[in-house]
Design a protein around this ligand. Structure first.
Ligand SMILES: [Zn+2]
Length: 338
């Protein structure tokens, strides 16, 4: 039974009310990415009493995250907990009435349809265009609303996409922006810029979950919180859009790359060629002969020479200390196995 006292101030707000609160308690939202945006979104949605939150992230907590990733603390960074695991723990302490699913996976064309299934709204908290195009394909294909969001430096941007009625991401940007993009790792980011984007995304998500799509802002919003400069444009659907017009989902059919350079982080992510199930205990005793090994129940960290390999049970690894995929792949082959 829902605890009414917990949500009393929100129930007093007429667009929500007691019926709306009940509706939220039976809703399910997906948060894709659990960095700065994802932790802010999850914090707000958990406190608002959204019944089920599924949080997906591929990464682990590091000290440089703590300035803006509001669900994590120094102990999480010391233990190198996967972000999805650390976030789920905090959210359960915050609100024991809701279900939280923390999923430690890299989103790709093989798992995205499974990850979005059963969710009524998807909040974008990814950090790259590739993931957003993949998400846009899946959301349009399955007719699921999703809320784009991005923040870098003091600047943030957001748009709500209702497949079939609003413009989709590919209507606005048919292909990814050319050239190197500024990211949080190159241009930095201040936490209030993230909070602004997350606040708009969460508000839009609540409207969608409450069935109040007439209240959505309907714009591409961009705000520089340092300069106090707000831009708002009304995007139009592109009748020739490859995705929401022609229903060509190229990102869904494209196989995941064998490796990804993690921008600005001096790291390369290696994907296992085929899904596998590693025995981390066995791997630990094997690798201890070659270097320093630390492990928790979710991952293993292996330091050798000037490199550090973080290895997940599904065979995925993040190799720190190089930008060069060839170096990362060769380390992976040598120590984890091809
Ligand atoms: Zn479109």
């Amino acid at each position: 039974m829902m605890n009414r006292e917990k949500y009393s101030r929100q129930i007093l707000f007429p667009p929500i009310g007691a019926d709306g609160q009940q509706k939220l308690s039976q809703s399910k939202a997906l948060i894709l990415g659990c960095g700065a945006l994802g932790t802010a979104q999850a914090n707000a949605l958990a406190r608002a009493g959204v019944g089920t939150l599924r949080i997906v992230d591929r990464d682990f907590v590091e000290e440089s995250n703590l300035q803006r990733q509001i669900l994590f603390d120094e102990a999480d960074a010391r233990e190198r907990l996967p972000k999805a695991v650390a976030a789920a723990r905090k959210l359960r302490q915050m609100n024991s009435e809701i279900e939280v699913e923390g999923v430690v996976e890299d989103v790709d064309n093989r798992n995205i349809e499974k990850l979005v299934s059963g969710c009524e709204v998807i909040l974008d908290a990814t950090d790259n265009f590739e993931a957003r195009y993949l998400l846009n394909d899946a959301a349009v294909k399955l007719a699921l609303p999703w809320i784009y969001g991005a923040a870098v430096a003091s600047y943030g941007m957001t748009m709500t996409i209702l497949p079939g009625s609003t413009a989709c991401l590919a209507c606005l940007f048919p292909s990814p922006p050319e050239g190197a993009q500024e990211t949080c790792d190159t241009a930095g980011v201040i936490s209030p810029a993230v909070s602004w984007v997350a606040a708009i995304q969460v508000t839009e998500a609540l409207k969608i979950l409450l069935g109040r799509s007439q209240d959505l802002h309907g714009s591409l919003l961009a705000y520089d919180i340092w300069k106090n400069h707000l831009q708002e444009v009304r995007p139009h659907r592109n009748p020739d859009c490859r995705v929401c017009g022609a229903k060509e989902f190229v990102h869904l059919s494209r196989a995941a790359p064998a490796h990804t350079s993690l921008c600005g982080r001096d790291s390369v992510q290696i994907h296992a060629a085929t899904p596998r199930q590693l025995d981390l205990g066995e791997l630990k005793s094997r690798l201890e002969r070659f270097g320093r090994v630390r492990a928790n129940e979710f991952l293993l960290i292996f330091s050798v020479d000037c490199y550090e390999l973080t290895i997940f049970p599904d065979g995925r690894a993040i190799v720190k200390g190089t930008h060069d995929p060839a170096v990362a792949r060769s380390l992976y082959a040598r120590y984890v196995g091809a």
